[in-house]
Design a protein around this ligand. Structure first.
Ligand code: GSH
Length: 303
């Protein structure tokens, strides 16, 4: 069974949880803390520290762009593969996950965010979370969105969504939801979770679209533990590396794969697969044996 390592407040995790609800794939939920150290995920993913991470046996999938591709392949729902959409939809989805996501964060008044954090987390966890996110912001390579610009940018964006939905289709991707819908949903979900007003009432199509997505829920979920996740890795071999990737560029080299934008910690190991979409890094671990960690190439670099 596919395992998702996540925490309830994580917006990128919500994107995947909702995909599980949509495609009806049973999954196991393993909760990690809101900030490192993350003793369940670290032995699996190595240095990569972002959430969510998905796991099938001894294969570990980092980043929601790649996790959704895995879901598309596992369920035959090609619409969850971001490449299945036209170029404009792919560009809009990428913008939702970068600039719009940052604007959604910046648009939440700090007092409200702090209030919510201290309600949800213990005092120590909340302080650790804040120190961690300040440190991420200091080392960020992508451009932050100022709180002044965030509001107007979000308003424009919501009107753009309303414009797309005025075609009469129920989803941004058309008659059925696609990758774009889930990518557009999660920044708005996070604002709502932090107690911000959601979508202006006059944007009735966008409001109805949001409710339609919310209704997918999280599907058939079972709670799992550190023991379950580690046993699944220890008791399996990584799946074979596809023939096209096994002799890809750089295979055999010792590499460090890391994100290019923020939370820059990377995973070191031997590159055992490389194709246009992904890098696969092999890590021999004393705790879990051999694991393969998969990264999308988009948004990551080799060190
Ligand atoms: N591009 C990544 C972004 C993931 C991301 O930024 N996740 C946030 C949580 S929603 C994160 O990891 N923040 C720092 C952390 O939790 O360590 C993806 O699609 O998975």
């Amino acid at each position: 069974m596919i395992i998702l390592h996540h925490y309830p407040m994580s917006p990128f995790s919500e994107k995947i949880r909702l995909m599980f609800g949509y495609c009806g794939l049973p999954w196991q939920s393993v909760i990690s803390p809101e900030s490192p150290p993350r003793p369940i995920v670290e032995p699996l993913a190595g240095g990569y520290r972002r959430i969510p991470v998905a796991q099938v046996g001894a294969d570990v999938f980092c980043d929601t762009r790649l996790i959704s591709l895995e879901l598309a392949q596992m369920t035959g729902r090609a619409e969850l593969d971001r490449h299945s959409a036209d170029v404009l939809s792919q560009q809009l989805a990428a913008r939702c996950e970068s600039e719009i996501f940052m604007a959604a964060l910046s648009s939440i008044p700090p007092r409200r965010m702090l209030g919510q954090l201290f309600r949800e987390l213990s005092f120590t966890q909340a302080l650790r979370f804040l120190a961690d996110r300040v440190s991420i912001a200091r080392h960020m390579q992508s451009r932050p969105v100022s709180s002044k610009k965030a509001g107007p940018l979000l308003q424009d964006h919501l009107h753009k969504l309303e414009g797309i939905l005025s075609s009469g289709e129920p989803y941004l991707a058309g008659a059925k939801p696609g990758y774009l819908d889930f990518a557009a949903y999660h920044p708005l979900w996070f604002r709502q979770r932090m107690g911000e007003p959601l979508i202006p009432a006059d944007l009735s199509l966008t409001n109805a679209w949001y409710q339609r997505l919310t209704a997918f829920g999280h599907g058939q979920v079972q709670n799992g533990t550190k023991g379950d996740a580690h046993a699944a890795a220890r008791e399996s071999e990584p799946r074979p590396v596809p023939a096209g990737a096994a002799d890809g560029d750089g295979v055999g080299r010792h590499v460090l794969v890391k994100p290019e934008d923020y939370a820059l910690d990377g995973t070191a190991g031997t590159l055992v697969g490389a194709d246009d979409e992904r890098w696969i890094v092999a890590r021999e671990t004393s705790e879990l044996g051999l694991v393969h960690v998969h990264f999308p190439r988009q948004g990551f670099c080799l060190g």
